[in-house]
Design a protein around this ligand. Sequence first.
Ligand code: ATP
Length: 235
Amino acid sequence: MLKIRNLHTYYGGIHALKSVSLNLDEGEIVTLIGANGAGKSTTLMSISGIEPPRYGEILFMGTPIHQMTPDRIFSLGIVQVPEGRRIFPYLSVTENLDMGAYLRRDLHEIRNDMDYIFTLFPRLAERRHQLGGTLSGGEQQMLAISRGLMSRPKLLLLDEPSLGLAPVLVQLIFDTIEKINRENKTTIFLVEQNANMALRIAHRGYVMESGAITLEDTAENLLASEKIKAAYLGL
Ligand code: ATP
C-alpha cells in the first residue's frame, strides 16, 4: 500500500531522515520505534506532506505522493493524527468530529460513523457537547484519533498516541487502535516510544536510530530480540 524508497528529509541544514526505506501492506499495523529525536515524527510528516522530502520516493497504492500538498495527500485517504493531539479547543466534541468529515457529503453515513465512534469511546459520547479544550488529555487523544477516523482513512498515521497518558488510558488507546484495524481494515502506521505496547498490537515493526532504519522484523521477533529488550523495552 505504501512504499518509501531512500527518503531524505532536511530541516534547513539538519539531515533528519537519511535514506529511509519501508513498506506497509494493506490491513497491517506497523510500528516505528526509536529514541527521542530519531526521526519518527519526521517520517510521518514526510508521508503526510507537512515536511516534504528533498530526495527519495513515496508511493501510495502505486501513486507518487512525495511532491503532493498535504491536502491532496489527505484526500487520497492518508490521515495523520499528530503528536500533542491538536484538536480544536473552542469546538465541541461533535463539531471536532464533523471537521474530520469535511470532505464527505454522505450525511447519513457520517452520522453512522459518529455513532460507531461513540461505541469505540463512550466517554466522548457522554461529552459530545463539551468544548474540546475542556477535555482531559486522554479524552483529547480519543477525540484526535476519532476525528481522523471520520474521514474514513485508508491509512492512519498515529504519532505517539500514548504520550502523557495514565497507564489505564494507554491500555484503552492501544486496545482501540487494534479494534479499529480489525473492524475496519484500516492500515495503521504507529509511531511510539512505548515500544512494548506498540509491538504487542503491531504485525511488524521498524527501529529507527539517528534518522535511519536499523532493524525491521515481525513484532513477535522484535519483542523477543535481546537487543530490542535492552534498548527499548527496559528489560
Ligand atoms: P520525538 O519522539 O522526540 O518526537 P522523533 O523520533 O519523532 O522524536 P523527530 O521529531 O522526527 O524525532 O526529529 C528528528 C530530528 O530532526 C531531531 O534531530 C530533531 O531535533 C530535528 N527536528 C525535528 N523538527 C525540527 C524542526 N522543526 N526544525 C529543526 N530540526 C528539527
